[in-house]
Write a protein that binds this ligand. Structure first.
Ligand code: MRU
Length: 357
């Protein structure tokens, strides 16, 4: 188990590890309303698709608890505002919308039971979303670790670890599970310009667990691959379209092209909540553009000339044809396409003991 919590419910508030301060400082910030949680998501205190979904769920619960002593009409309009504010905090990761939909469904089923009851039900649902995320990551880890040989050198991009989820991680969860099963795995972490999630977060997180990690500049990946120093690539995802196109951190597409050029398997670890059947292809996935100062410098340091024109798209789309396999909680889907993904997303018929749970 990692020595940190990305998010944790504590004393009636949501504590989130401030990922902007890592690796220098491990600081937790406390959140007591949806508006503040939305700002925490927007400003990257918490980031990573599943983690922002969990944070948004708690944001809804926090406002329900805050407003549940108000008259019904004020509660209803306050909750509508909370959903709206959180939905607008970041556009690309579909887990955010997925978690909000799940919270909305819970709210609707409790309608008429009284606002205090609704607030308690929403908090319980946020806890379930958080706990389920770890279980799902462990399932993906089990399926994905079978793909890695003992001794594998795995390249990853961005941070798809415990810091990007409720725990264990998606891409790094596969690596953790392989290590737990006794395999000797080492990781090559792209630094991930411009926000440096690889250098600051993936390197830190793996070092906490004593998993060997070597940091490289993003543009060193091609050389490493051409020299036979990479056995597999595993990344996470922010949204997978119905045809298998994958939106993930900017630079992922370049890594996928390089991997194909060098016949290296390129895997995407993604829970089913990251697959959006409502979007036909990657071209329809909204790509977030962030502030220019993330490119012109970092924290207080500036290196680009003042006034230079900047573009900062922070995600890109890897076409399904470059994806060797999607690693999900239901297993690995090799060469994903529309039909395989539709089958994967079909609801599973639960046995009688589960049905009433
Ligand atoms: O901008 P970020 O740091 O939120 O981007 C995160 C990523 O791109 C991750 O790879 C993705 O969310 C998968 S996390 C399990």
């Amino acid at each position: 188990m990692p020595s940190f919590h990305t998010l944790r419910w504590h004393d009636g508030a949501l504590d989130m590890l401030d990922q902007r301060a890592l690796p220098e400082r491990c600081v937790y910030l406390s959140y007591d309303c949806a508006q503040a949680v939305a700002e925490g998501i927007r400003s990257m205190v918490v980031r990573g698709a599943p983690a922002i979904g969990c944070a948004a769920a708690y944001g809804i619960a926090l406002d329900a608890l805050r407003l549940c002593h108000e008259p019904q009409a004020a509660f209803d309009s306050g909750m509508a505002h909370a959903f709206e504010t959180l939905a607008q905090s970041r556009p690309t990761a579909v887990n955010l919308a997925w978690a909000l939909e799940r919270m909305r469904a819970r709210l609707v089923t409790r309608h008429g039971t009284g606002t205090e009851d609704i607030a308690a039900a929403l908090l319980a649902e946020a806890h379930v979303i958080l706990e389920e995320d770890v279980v799902i990551n462990r399932m993906m880890g089990r399926h994905g670790s079978a793909l890695l040989q003992d001794g594998a050198r795995v390249l990853t991009h961005c941070n798809a670890g415990a810091l990007a989820t409720a725990g264990h991680g998606t891409a790094l969860g596969v690596i953790r599970s392989a290590v737990e099963s006794g395999k000797n795995i080492s990781v090559i972490a792209d630094e991930t310009r411009p926000f440096l999630q690889g250098a600051r977060l993936t390197a830190w997180e793996l070092m906490q667990d004593n998993i060997p990690v070597t940091l490289i500049a993003d543009n060193a990946a091609g050389l490493m691959m051409s020299r036979g120093e990479v056995d597999a690539v595993i990344v996470g995802a922010d949204r997978v379209a119905a045809n298998g196109d994958v939106a993930n951190k900017i630079g992922t597409y370049s890594v996928a092209v390089l991997a194909r050029r060098h016949a290296i398997p390129f895997y995407v670890a993604c829970p089913l909540s990251t697959i959006d059947l409502g979007i036909a292809t990657g071209a329809g996935i909204p790509i977030e553009e962030r502030a220019a100062d993330e490119v012109t410098g970092y924290r207080d340091q500036r290196w680009a000339p003042a006034g230079v024109m900047v573009r900062n798209p922070v995600f890109d789309v890897t076409p399904a044809e470059l994806v060797t396999g999607l690693i999900t909680e239901r297993g690995v889907v090799l060469a994903p396409d529309r039909e395989k993904i539709a089958r994967l997303k079909q609801p599973v018929e639960l046995g009688p003991t589960h049905r009433n749970a």
